[in-house]
Design a protein around this ligand. Structure first.
Ligand code: BMP
Length: 211
C-alpha cells in the first residue's frame, strides 16, 4: 500500500505534537523540515518519538562530503530515522549522506526533481534523470519526485526501478493523490492535512485514497 507521510511544517511545538498525534492512526511517517526545527528545536524529534512512527529529516542536505556527514550524524543522533539530501552537489556528497544514514541504521532519500513550477528551469533537460541515476549509484534508499508531474514520476521510475519514490506536491500544490498514489511508494502531504479544520479527518481521507 502507498504510504502517507505527514509533512509537519507548523511552527509551534505544541500544535505540531497535537496534529501528529491526531493524524498518527492514519499516517506511516512524519517529515520534519527547517520550519519546525528552527522554530521548536531539534528536540522536536524526541517529542514526536513516542508516536512510534518513522521521522524523516527534510534538511535537503547539500554541502561537501565531510559537512554532509557531520550534518547527517547530528540528524540521526537527534532521533530521526531518515534524511533527505540533494543530489546536485555530486556523487561523493550524496554518498556521504547515504553512508552516515546506513551507519546509523537509517535511510537516505535523494531529491531528483522538485514539485514547484520553477523546478523545471534546472531539473528538466536531463538533470533529473542524471540525479536519479546518481541516487541508484549511491545506493540511496529512494528518491523524492514531484506529485505535480506524474508523467515525470513515470520516467524516473524507469531509472530507479523498485527503489522508493516519495512524492510531495499533493493537494495544496495541485497534485492529484488518486493519480500519484498509483505511481509512488509514498505521498507526502502537508498543508492539506495540518491546515484542515480537522487534521485527523483530513489524514483519514488521504489514507483512504491510497491503494
Ligand atoms: P505541502 O503539502 O504543504 O505543499 O508540503 C509539501 C512539503 O514537501 C513541504 O515540506 C515542502 O518543503 C516539501 N517538498 C515539496 O513540496 N516539493 C519538493 O519538490 C520537495 C519537498 O521536500
Amino acid at each position: 500500500m502507498t504510504e502517507l507521510i505527514l509533512s509537519l511544517d507548523v511552527l509551534d511545538r505544541k500544535r505540531a505534537v497535537e496534529i501528529a498525534e491526531a493524524a498518527s492512526p492514519c499516517i506511516d511517517a512524519v517529515k520534519i523540515g527547517y520550519p519546525l526545527v528552527l522554530a521548536a528545536g531539534l528536540g522536536i524529534a524526541r517529542d514526536l518519538g513516542g508516536l512510534g512512527l518513522p521521522l524523516i529529516a527534510d534538511f535537503k542536505v547539500a554541502d561537501i562530503p565531510n559537512t554532509n556527514r557531520l550534518i547527517c550524524e547530528q540528524v540521526f543522533a537527534a532521533g530521526f530515522d531518515a534524511v533527505i539530501a540533494h543530489g546536485f552537489t555530486g556523487t561523493d556528497a550524496a554518498r556521504a549522506c547515504v553512508a552516515a544514514a546506513h551507519d546509523s541504521g537509517g535511510a537516505c532519500y535523494v531529491v531528483v526533481e522538485m514539485s514547484h513550477p520553477g523546478a523545471t528551469e534546472f531539473f528538466h533537460g536531463g538533470t533529473a534523470e542524471r540525479l536519479a541515476n546518481l541516487a541508484v549509484d549511491c545506493r540511496a534508499d529512494g528518491i523524492i519526485a514531484p506529485a505535480t508531474r506524474p508523467d515525470r514520476i513515470s520516467v524516473l521510475r524507469e531509472i530507479v526501478g523498485s527503489k522508493a519514490i516519495y512524492s510531495p506536491g499533493v493537494g495544496a500544490q495541485g497534485g492529484d493523490p488518486e493519480i500519484v498514489a498509483r505511481l509512488v511508494d509514498g505521498i507526502i502531504v502537508g498543508r492539506s492535512i495540518y491546515e484542515a479544520p480537522d487534521p485527523a479527518v483530513a489524514a483519514r481521507e488521504f489514507a483512504r485514497i491510497r491503494r
